[in-house]
Design a protein around this ligand. Structure first.
Ligand SMILES: Nc1nc2c(ncn2[C@@H]2O[C@H](COP(=O)(O)OP(=O)(O)OP(=O)(O)O)[C@@H](O)[C@H]2O)c(=O)[nH]1
Ligand SMILES: Nc1nc2c(ncn2[C@@H]2O[C@H](COP(=O)(O)OP(=O)(O)OP(=O)(O)O)[C@@H](O)[C@H]2O)c(=O)[nH]1
Length: 435
């Protein structure tokens, strides 16, 4: 279940300052693990044990005031469609502006909770100035200082009360959940149709109870999974999709709700920055991943075309490149069945559990022959390994001096795990702990 909080508001009110405050601590840790550069629009945070995703919808508005009108409308529509709670931020130092009123107008259409956040209230003596914001017509408002952090706690206490508590019944409990994502026009709808259309009798559409996702059961040829499709992704043409940011934001919810993410690439365009953003999103969320190079029917083939294409992709997505890459045509249904098989295999890999005895038998001798390099004359001794009881593959290695084990050695270990067990398409994590 995903909980997504979106921050909207006119430029310069402090959205990214607030965003950074929330994601900072955690992001530093996550980035360290994956080596991925921080996305300035998307991050993870938590409050009292409630994990959530925070999206900063700002920062890309360029050009004239007219352009602003259009952009802010898109921002707000996206926030309404894709998030669970919306934070509408205004600036107490500047006071109430016409732009704020326009944003408020758009937000009134939302059925999702909107919390008005008056930012830059740096000291209590500014509180009196905030009352003009009552004119925006929101029942409740919160005063914060993104710079110092004051007021954040009270705001978050309220935010988490609006989260999906997961108390509704999932009719597809236990089945793998699959999201098809990719840039506009990559062929997502065509693939969905190819998978589902012809055998209508075994296709059921169930609109999400508290969410807006549409979930469709795929059950053919002995394979069963749930295709998830968010309402926002389905509505076509409502928002122009030319900006990199939008296609990523549209993918956020689908990626969070899935077990396996199918990333579709248009073969005629190749893998692009947006695709990599979605891929990192899946990796950071520890989801299974399958890459489909679609529209392969349009490519002129010579010897090695496929090989070269594949090599280029693997190079671009490194270091996480133990990922299935399939060349398909959703239109002619070429290799669509194979795609299903691979999705199921990746899901199986993601659930793979390896016995502690087997891990130790295999890895201890390898680590004996190739130990981590000694640091300042100190030798690192790894005593045993175990897979953690987590939902996705994570391994703990117990050692005398875990702090001395560096990234390259962790990579080496990860590669050994991948060499001996099938974890294709699955991010795995390796931790070193004190023993
Ligand atoms: N005094 C004060 N200044 C703040 C506070 N929060 C943000 N600022 C300042 O306000 C300015 C704008 O902040 P940003 O976080 O970049 O604003 P934004 O809403 O993300 O702006 P866009 O990226 O243009 O959408 C910066 O100079 C911040 O330092 C605050 O709580 N108090
Ligand atoms: N030649 C060829 N065309 C394809 C293939 N798959 C999709 N197309 C075409 O590409 C166009 C876009 O396909 P869609 O399935 O609508 O793409 P989408 O990813 O759902 O697009 P958005 O909804 O805009 O995000 C359509 O004209 C399809 O007919 C393919 O395998 N081969």
């Amino acid at each position: 279940m995903s909980n997504i909080v979106a921050i909207v508001g006119r430029p310069n009110v402090g959205k990214s300052t607030f965003f950074n405050r929330l994601v900072q601590k955690r992001q530093a840790i996550v980035d360290n693990v994956s080596g991925v550069t921080r996305d300035r629009h998307y991050g993870k945070s938590d409050w009292n044990g409630n994990e959530f995703t925070i999206i900063d919808t700002g920062g890309y508005i360029i050009g004239s005031e007219d352009a602003f009108e259009v952009e802010i409308r898109k921002q707000v529509e996206l926030a309404i469609e894709e998030s669970n709670v919306i934070l509408f931020m205004v600036d107490n130092q500047v006071g109430l502006t016409d732009m704020d009123k326009e944003v408020a107008q758009l937000l009134r259409k939302s059925k999702k909770p909107v919390l008005l956040v008056v930012n830059k209230v740096d000291s209590n003596k500014n509180i009196d100035d905030t009352y003009e914001f009552y004119n925006l017509g929101f029942e409740q408002f919160f005063t914060v200082s993104s710079q110092s952090g004051s007021g954040t706690g009270e705001l978050l206490d309220e935010v988490v009360t609006h989260f999906d508590q997961g108390d509704h019944k999932d009719p597809f409990e236990g089945l793998p959940r699959v999201a098809i994502v990719g840039r506009p026009n990559a062929g997502k709808s065509t693939l969905t149709n190819a998978l589902l259309d012809e055998e209508r009798n075994i296709v059921t559409d169930i609109a999400g109870t508290t969410r807006d996702s549409i979930e469709t059961l795929y059950n053919k040829f002995g394979h069963e999974f749930v295709l998830i499709d968010t309402a926002g992704m389905r509505k076509k043409g409502k928002v122009s999709e030319d900006l990199e940011f939008y296609s990523v934001m549209r993918a956020v919810r689908a990626v969070e709700e899935c077990d396996v993410c199918v990333l579709m690439i248009d073969a005629t365009r190749g893998i692009e920055a947006q695709d990599l953003n979605i891929l990192f999103l899946a990796e950071r969320n520890r989801k299974g991943l399958v890459i489909l190079v679609n529209k392969w029917d349009l490519i002129e083939k010579e010897t090695n075309t496929m090989k070269a294409y594949e090599a280029e992709i693997r190079n671009k997505i490194a270091p996480f490149n133990d990922v299935p890459i399939l060349f398909v045509s959703a239109l002619t249904k070429q290799r669509v069945h194979k795609t299903v098989e691979i999705i199921m295999e990746v899901n199986e890999n993601r659930n793979r559990r390896i016995k502690t005895s087997r891990l130790n038998e295999l890895l201890l001798p390898i680590m004996e022959i190739t130990p981590p390099p000694a640091i300042k004359g100190k030798y690192i001794k790894i005593k045993y390994v175990t897979q953690l009881p987590t939902r996705t593959p994570q391994f703990a290695f117990f050692a005398n001096l875990p702090q001395y084990v560096k990234e390259p050695y962790k990579r080496f270990i990860e590669n050994q795990l991948r060499k001996h067990f099938n974890f294709t398409g699955v991010p795995i994590e390796v931790y070193f702990r004190q023993k």
